[in-house]
Every structure is written in structure tokens, then in C-alpha cells.
Design a binder for this molecule. Structure first.
Ligand code: AMP
Length: 394
């Protein structure tokens, strides 16, 4: 058995899971919030222990020290040598990385160069990598990129209809994100179908959301693009809009490009339309109370998802299955029901009882449904740990 640590480092947060491989058993997990503050939060869960500590954690290094101390103090591990590898989620791998990779100095340089494409993520992912390398210098570290799974898209799928030099000179193209989740879920669905070369449409619906068309285990298209701003309507992101709206709004409001970009990222989507919340639970509550803007937000949300599912069904030459994952996809039976109702023309049909489920892997469509529908809770950490084992055992 090999113990592997999956790590996701953000600007003021760090999430982790210690997983026993190949059994894929979680031994410990937790997260830090508000790193940089005197009242940072450290949540730690292992066996019988469930702790929430409010402590001063002024930087990521202190957080990792606390994490390592907790793993030994809780006796989850006796010796740090038991950790056989550390897998780091890295948001952007550009065109350089179509797979996970063992991190060396060259890879660190490349991730740094790619910060141009993901300025809010790659630098923090890199901070996490460097601190673990400093504190656990003998443990191999692996980068698992959110974009890598989508590198299988064909040029006709990933290019935009803009001057070709934009791609050649500046790397303007669709990269796609949530790749680790789409890969994990499509893998599970293939197993559930007992069909290796399945055509699967994965709907990752969380605060951020994207859909991926997976053919034979490979991404052939996805809704996020050059950045995670495009595609579906999300919690606070606009999803697809006409790009000409941006200069128009700059002229009308005298806002800067950065302010408009912020509006599109943080004040749009379910929040922007409902005027109430980005959280689908509050939208559902609003709908119950007859709030018209919540009804509109939900209708726009499910309409967009249904139209992408229909489009990917065609691109795939017929989907075998549709999978729902992410906070909304896993938990909101109402949203799943409303999406599928919009797809009746494809003879898809949910079983009301089976669909009444939260966070559990299960078939939710009826026997007569021509496309099977599943809820599959995503597990990006396990996917990262699998990559660590694959690359460190070669
Ligand atoms: P994620 O980004 O995948 O963590 O998903 C977070 C989102 O999932 C939240 O903003 C909620 O909108 C949604 N969510 C979580 N639990 C539920 C639930 N029980 N019903 C509906 N939506 C939920």
C-alpha cells in the first residue's frame, strides 16, 4: 500500500487528502482557509478525529508545517517517509502538458511561464509545489493539470474563428478546464456501462460549471475555453456572451476593462440574473417563493446546459450516457430533472425515485430512456493520486 497526498493550493487556501493506494481509501483530509490572516481556519479529519482550529497562519509554509504535524500527531502516519508521492493540482498546463508530469526544475519553469494564461491560479499552485519540495525534499511531486485532459481536442474544436496569428503568436484557443473531474467521471461511467469505448457527456455543475464530450476516454469538446469564463451560465460567471458587449459596456459605463471583466466573473451568472445568490439552493428557495428572477435564472441555466448536451450528443455521434457531477449536479434533483425535461426529444427520461438522490453514484434514468443518466460524485483527489502512482511506478 502506498500513501499519496493530493494537494490543491490556492491564493489563501490549501486543500489536501491523504489516500491509501491502490485501494483509494482516504486516510485524512482537510483544508486551510484565510491563509495570511491571524484567524485562519484549519479543518482536519482523520479516522475518529474531526477538528476545526482557528489559528494564525501567515503563509502557506506554516500551513504545510501544520498539515505535516497533524498527520503524524494523529498517527495517520508514523513517519513522513510513508508518503510515497505528492500530487499537485495545477490549473493551467497550456499546450505544453497533455498529461501529468513528475515535477523537476524545467516543469517548475514551464508552470511559471504559463502563469500568463492563469494569473490567479498557477502562481499559487507553484507556491504549494515549492513548499512541499522544501519540507519533504525526498518525496516525488507530480503536477496534474486541469487542462491536460482536453488536449485531445482537434484543432477544429479548439480554435476560435479569429485571425490564425492570434493562436500562433498568443496561444488564443480553447483549453478547457475541470479536466481531472471530467476524466474521473467519464471513467466511472464507462465502468458502470461496462463499455470501454463509451460516448459520455459529463456535466460538471458546481459554482463553476463545464460540460465535456468524451469519446473513447478522450475529450473531444468542452464548454470552457481560453479561460473558465465562457460556456455555461455559472454561479457568478456569465458563460458565453457576444464579445462586442464588452467595448459597448465600457463606452456606456466608463468602467475599465478590469471592472467589466470583474462584473463578468463575479457579478453575473445565477447571481447576476437572480439578484439574490450564486447558490442554487437559494435559487431553488426563491423559485418556491415565486421569485420571478430566480425562475428566470434557473430557466436560463438549464436551457444552456440542455442545448450543450444536445450539441455534444450530435458531435459524439450519439451519447451512451449523461453524467451529473459537481455540487449542483450531485445534489440538485430539481436541476437534473429540469435539464432532462428539456431533452425529451432525445427520448431521455429520469426515474423520479432514482433521481431523488444526493451525492451518491447511481443510475437515475428509466429503463426506457435511450440515453442512460447517472449521478457520479467527482473525486479529483483520487484521480490525482492515480496519476502519482502511475508516474512514480514507471
Ligand atoms: P462546487 O463548486 O462543486 O463545490 O458546488 C458548489 C455549489 O453546489 C453551491 O454553490 C450550490 O449551488 C450547489 N449545491 C450544494 N449542495 C446543494 C444542494 N443540496 N442542492 C442544490 N445545490 C447544491
Amino acid at each position: 500500500m502506498k500513501k499519496v497526498l493530493s494537494v490543491n493550493a490556492g491564493s489563501s487556501s490549501l486543500k489536501f487528502k491523504l489516500i491509501d493506494m491502490p485501494e483509494e481509501i482516504t486516510l485524512a483530509e482537510g483544508n486551510f482557509e484565510r491563509i495570511g490572516k491571524n484567524d485562519a481556519i484549519f479543518n482536519f479529519k482523520a479516522q475518529q478525529i474531526k477538528e476545526k482550529n482557528v489559528v494564525s497562519i501567515l503563509n502557506h509554509e506554516k500551513a504545510v508545517q501544520l498539515l505535516v504535524e497533524s498527520l503524524t500527531a494523529s498517527k495517520v502516519i508514523k513517519d513522513l517517509k510513508e508518503i510515497k508521492g505528492i500530487g499537485h493540482r495545477v490549473v493551467h498546463g497550456g499546450e505544453k502538458f497533455n498529461d501529468s508530469v513528475i515535477i523537476d526544475d524545467e516543469v517548475i519553469k514551464e508552470i511559471d511561464v504559463l502563469k500568463e494564461l492563469a494569473p490567479l491560479h498557477n502562481p499559487h499552485n507553484l507556491t504549494g509545489i515549492k513548499i512541499f519540495q522544501k519540507l519533504l525534499p525526498n518525496v516525488p511531486s507530480i503536477a496534474v493539470f486541469d487542462t491536460a485532459f482536453h488536449q485531445s481536442m482537434a484543432k477544429e474544436a479548439f480554435l476560435y474563428g479569429v485571425p490564425y496569428e492570434w493562436y500562433e503568436k498568443y496561444g488564443i484557443r480553447k483549453y478547457g478546464f475541470h479536466g481531472t473531474s471530467h476524466e474521473y467521471v467519464s471513467n466511472r461511467v464507462s465502468k458502470l456501462l461496462g463499455k470501454e469505448n463509451a460516448n459520455v457527456i459529463v456535466c460538471h455543475l458546481g459554482n463553476g460549471g463545464s460540460i465535456c464530450a468524451v469519446k473513447n476516454g478522450k475529450s473531444i469538446d468542452t464548454t470552457m475555453g481560453f479561460t473558465p469564463l465562457t460556456g455555461l451560465i455559472m454561479g457568478t460567471r456569465s458563460g458565453d456572451i457576444d464579445p462586442a458587449i464588452i467595448p459597448f459596456m465600457i463606452n456606456k459605463t466608463n468602467k475599465t476593462i478590469t471592472e467589466i471583466e470583474n462584473d463578468l466573473n463575479k457579478k453575473s451568472g445565477l447571481l447576476g440574473i437572480s439578484g439574490i445568490s450564486n447558490d442554487s439552493r437559494e435559487i431553488e428557495e426563491g423559485i418556491k417563493n415565486g421569485n420571478k428572477r430566480c425562475i428566470l435564472a434557473q430557466n436560463m441555466y438549464t436551457r444552456k446546459i440542455a442545448s450543450y448536451i444536445a450539441s455534444y450528443h450530435v458531435l459524439l455521434g450519439g451519447a451512451d450516457a449523461i453524467a451529473f457531477t459537481g455540487g449542483i449536479g450531485e445534489n440538485s434533483s430539481q436541476t437534473r430533472q429540469e435539464i432532462v425535461e428539456r431533452l425529451t426529444v432525445l427520448n431521455i427520461d429520469l426515474d423520479k425515485n432514482l433521481n431523488d438522490v444526493r451525492g451518491i453514484e447511481r443510475l437515475i434514468s428509466t429503463k426506457k430512456s435511450e440515453i442512460k443518466c447517472f449521478v457520479v460524485p467527482t473525486n479529483e483527489e483520487v484521480m490525482i493520486a492515480r496519476n502519482v502512482i502511475r508516474l512514480t511506478s514507471q
